[in-house]
Ligand binder design. Structure first.
Ligand code: CA
Length: 390
């Protein structure tokens, strides 16, 4: 059997950057959906696919081991570089070996097998809503519409180690292996995806139509698809057209606002884990399970908090915070990112900045810094005519 591969990545209609990447080599295929605001998402997804590509070219380790190495590399970069701190990415990969495919997967991108007109999902979403479905708290239909369906319970790059789902699938000629980011699956139900795969025998035509239909349905997220068609060797006289289409995806063109989660300057899991481990003895198994779900939820919460910014007061000075100005059970949901020399009482004296104690929220770090610059400028303006220039 040989593979005919088509791939596409598209920014969609809503996002202002494409944080998805894909990898197509002659045997290894992957989709990565990065998150982390500004550069973070793109860096995480690019790094992860680059590591996977490099290790795959050298034939190093199993596919799952390569994903764990990608996790380590992304995590270490996020620890070293404040600009991309807290970044993460999904990574769903397939390796064709003879007549079988090995799959390795973390996050909510998906792999599907299309065989004899039927579409079967091969991966499980690592999301909070999937956990709730598994626990019987939500129906799959409710999960699809859930406002927090994007909260991930497992991500590449946000902890020093990650658990990787593995699977092996026996392949037959005529099979189509589909890898995609959630920008496709949140826009199109499986039945619609299956219809396109039934209608379009040419892989590139099928991929392009899936992208077009996801965009027609709203295109609220980046859309990335890799389609691998398995063909009997002698079934086609055409030259081998597969192999490295692109070492990794590049963004496509398009439009306006908003990205996903954001960077985070501080380490996380080890302390959380230690705290949980210390308590297990006392709370028993059901409590431990509930706590496990809670901790997994906290990963999602952290991703959410890392995308929030505001300007507030720290130690009597104006400061830029990441998170939200609140606490839960004594744990602050924020931390100071930038301290300034601006005295809080000076800023509060201006009617405009009276709310500083509660925090002035900003869309992102740049906007938070802009608010600080504005405060500084307003104070300087006030100070100059009143007291004369220093
Ligand atoms: Ca996405």
């Amino acid at each position: 059997m040989r593979a005919r591969v088509a791939a596409a990545t598209d920014i969609g209609h809503v996002r202002d950057q494409n944080e998805d990447r894909y990898l197509v080599t002659d045997r290894v295929f992957a989709v990565a959906d990065g998150m982390g605001g500004h550069l973070g998402g793109e860096v995480a997804a690019s790094l992860a696919t680059e590591v996977l590509q490099r290790l795959s070219e050298r034939g190093e380790g199993s596919l799952a081991e390569r994903l764990r190495e990608a996790n380590r590399v992304v995590f270490e970069r996020s620890m070293l570089d404040r600009a991309v701190a807290g970044m993460g990415t999904t990574l769903t990969a397939a390796e064709i070996q003879g007549d079988r495919a090995r799959l390795a997967h973390v996050g909510d991108s998906r792999a599907y097998l299309f065989r004899a007109g039927e579409l079967t999902r091969l991966t499980e979403d690592h999301t909070l809503v999937q956990r709730m479905v598994d626990a019987g708290e939500l129906t799959p239909a409710q999960a699809e519409r859930h406002p927090h369906r994007n909260i991930l319970t497992r991500v590449i790059g946000v902890e020093p180690d990650v658990r990787v789902d593995e699977k092996q699938v026996e392949l037959q000629p005529g099979d189509r292996l589909l890898l995609c980011s959630d920008g496709l699956t949140t826009m199109l139900p499986d039945a619609a995806i299956a219809r396109v795969l039934r209608d379009e025998p040419d892989p590139q035509t099928a991929v392009d139509r899936l992208v077009a239909e996801a965009n027609a349905a709203g295109g609220i997220d980046n859309i990335t698809i890799v389609l691998v068609d398995l063909i009997e060797e002698e079934a086609e006289g055409a030259p081998r057209s597969h192999a490295a289409t692109t070492p990794e995806g590049r963004g496509a063109a398009d439009e306006p606002p908003s990205a996903t989660a954001g960077p985070a300057p501080v380490r996380r899991a080890p302390t959380e884990r230690a705290r949980v481990a210390g308590r297990l003895g006392r709370i028993g198994v059901p409590g431990a399970v509930a706590l496990g779900v809670l901790v997994l939820g906290l990963v999602g919460l952290r991703l959410y908090l890392d995308s929030q910014w505001y300007v507030g007061i720290a130690d009597g000075r104006v400061a830029v915070y990441r998170g939200i100005p609140a606490e839960v059970a004594g744990f602050p949901l924020h931390r100071v990112v930038t301290e300034t020399e601006i005295r809080a009482e000076d800023a509060r004296a201006l009617a405009l900045y009276r709310d500083l104690d509660e925090g002035i929220t900003a869309a992102d770090r740049a906007e938070a810094e802009a608010i600080v610059a504005q405060i500084r400028a307003d104070l300087a303006r006030l100070a100059t005519p009143a007291r004369g220039a220093p």
